[in-house]
Design a protein around this ligand. Structure first.
Ligand code: BG6
Length: 513
């Protein structure tokens, strides 16, 4: 019989560096601002439930919702239950739910409502006694960016941001987008750092919570096979693709003010690039990882010719999965003259000895033919082929493709002789699929990241410098694009023609994922 999970943390025989066993956070409260929004409904509440069903929440736990709706805790419980049934990864169990439901409470109020925050502070104090949360609390800002400052100021005014006299910790979780450009990101960073101390600030980039993204580090640094080839001597180029078949859904207000480059290039794609290009960290602790990522982000060079190597596009109406879908300008609440991009592609360089001359092509778009995120490392051709040219007509460049989602896994593409008396080399694939290799299914990114916040583990969270270095890459692109209409592409196509021309100009083509 296995021992109760809670006692493992206290086991004196356990090596604290052994990360195979589950870690259980301290007793604590998780306060979610904007708890009725899309993010909380689809991701956060289900993630908390999934943690509960895996036995990973501490015995003293409370989930505190804060939102404008005129609700009491009973209404909130009903809402949370529906969210969990609709979106949780693990199977719904009445037993798990009823234990979690006992830990839920709600305060109704707006962000400029002092009384509501005072009331919340009082309830958090009470939770210490009722739920044994020991004064520990994490505040999750699942709110639009313009609500960050008022919420942070309220946390400061009520002193909720301060460590309690008995040592209870206080943490804050800030969702992306972290600022709108370098200047606003710096201002926001200054504000957050004024309210919370640096190590208590968790900036979320949910891509870092994905198993496949973490596996990139294992793939590179736990094996001998790939690292010797992982440099400009062998790598021809790297393509990072984040394609979505969905449009902007019901997020016109946010999306039209943001666009693809700020929405996902500035964060998810640059983080993938950093993990792919960084040197081996001295260890896998948060600071060592961030040091290496930061070096890459600071070494990124922009194309000297933006006109040719930075392309943005907007989708027109088209057909996707047999359905006619509207163009971006016809989406509800999008201004009919909007020039916001729903697609962005750029060629970047990484100015280090390892990567000199290797282009990193990044692209992200909505309403593309299918949902797929992948990193394709494309290798150079063999310097000499002792075959007749006709033997290798069907041999492409070797590729290592890390499939972030869906069909999570890794594919190696290389040439193989076609069986038979003739000599013909054709491209084949060797596949690793998570679903086949492992019996356990991967946790959702938010499940992992919420747990890490409660554990105080910052390994998977970008820091202030990373965020700012990423804006330094995006700002000049935005400046170049501003005032120029985006290219167009039909929904269901792989982006604008100009994006194809961009790689063809370099003698390459985009991979068809
Ligand atoms: C979010 C973006 O960060 O990531 C969305 O704001 C995008 O526009 C989403 O749809 C995609 O996330 P995932 O995990 O489904 O790839």
């Amino acid at each position: 019989m296995s021992r109760p999970v809670a006692s493992r943390a206290d086991n004196p025989l356990r090596d604290p560096r052994d990360r195979r066993l589950p870690r259980i956070p301290d007793p604590c409260a998780l306060v979610v601002f904007g708890v009725t929004g899309d993010l909380a409904t689809k991701k956060l509440l289900p993630a908390v439930y999934d943690l509960a069903s895996r036995g990973l929440l501490p015995p003293g736990f409370a989930l505190f919702g804060f939102a404008r709706r005129d609700w009491d805790t009973r209404d909130f419980k009903r809402f949370a239950r529906n969210a969990v049934i609709a979106h949780a990864r693990t199977e719904f169990s009445e037993d798990v739910w009823s234990r979690l439901a006992d830990c839920l409470c709600f305060t109704s109020g707006s962000f400029d409502d002092d009384d509501a925050f005072d009331e919340m502070a009082k309830t958090l104090d009470e939770l210490e006694t009722v739920h044994g949360t020991r004064g520990n609390a994490a505040f999750y800002l699942a709110v639009p960016p313009d609500a960050f400052p008022p919420v942070l100021r309220q946390l400061q005014r009520t002193k909720l941001c301060d460590t309690t006299p008995l040592g209870g910790w206080r943490r804050v979780v800030v969702e992306k987008p972290f600022g709108h450009d370098l200047k606003s990101a710096r201002e926001l960073n200054t504000l957050v750092d004024d309210v919370f101390t640096g190590h208590d600030v968790f900036r979320i980039d949910h891509y870092l919570g994905k198993e496949t993204v973490q596996n990139l580090l294992a793939l590179r640094f736990a094996n001998t096979l790939f690292e010797p080839l992982w440099n400009a001597h062998y790598v021809d180029s790297v393509q990072i693709t984040m394609a979505e078949d969905v449009g902007i859904e019901s997020r016109a207000g946010f999306y039209d003010a943001t666009g693809a480059a700020r929405d996902v290039l500035q964060n998810h794609l640059l983080q993938l690039l950093a993990l792919c290009a960084m040197e081996e960290p001295v260890s896998f602790d948060a600071e060592s990882l961030r040091i290496e990522k930061r070096k890459v982000l600071n070494a990124i060079s922009l194309p000297s010719d933006h006109e040719r190597y930075a392309v943005r596009g907007q989708y027109l109406q088209g057909w996707l999965a047999g359905r006619r879908v509207p163009g971006y300008l016809a989406e509800p609440d999008v201004p009919s003259n909007s020039t916001t991009e729903t697609y962005a592609a750029v060629r970047l360089g990484v100015e280090t000895r390892r990567w000199a001359g290797v282009p990193f092509y990044l692209r992200a778009g909505k309403r593309l033919p299918r949902r797929v995120t992948e990193i394709a490392v494309v290798f150079k051709r063999a310097p000499h082929l002792p075959f007749a040219a006709t033997d290798t007509v069907e041999l492409g460049q070797n590729q290592l493709v890390i499939r972030v989602q869906p069909d999570e896994g890794v594919t190696l593409r290389f040439g193989s002789k076609v069986p038979g008396p003739s000599v013909e080399v054709r491209e084949v694939s060797m596949d690793f699929l998570y679903g086949e290799a492992f019996t356990e299914s991967s946790p959702e990114a938010y499940e992992r990241l919420v747990l890490d916040v409660l554990l105080g583990d910052k390994t998977l969270f970008p820091d202030r410098e990373e965020v700012e270095a990423s804006w330094e890459v995006i700002d000049p692109l935005e400046e170049f694009w501003s005032g120029r209409p985006p290219h167009t592409y039909r929904a269901g196509e792989w982006g604008p023609i100009a994006a194809n021309t961009m790689v063809e100009r370099d003698g390459r083509v985009w991979r068809r994922p």
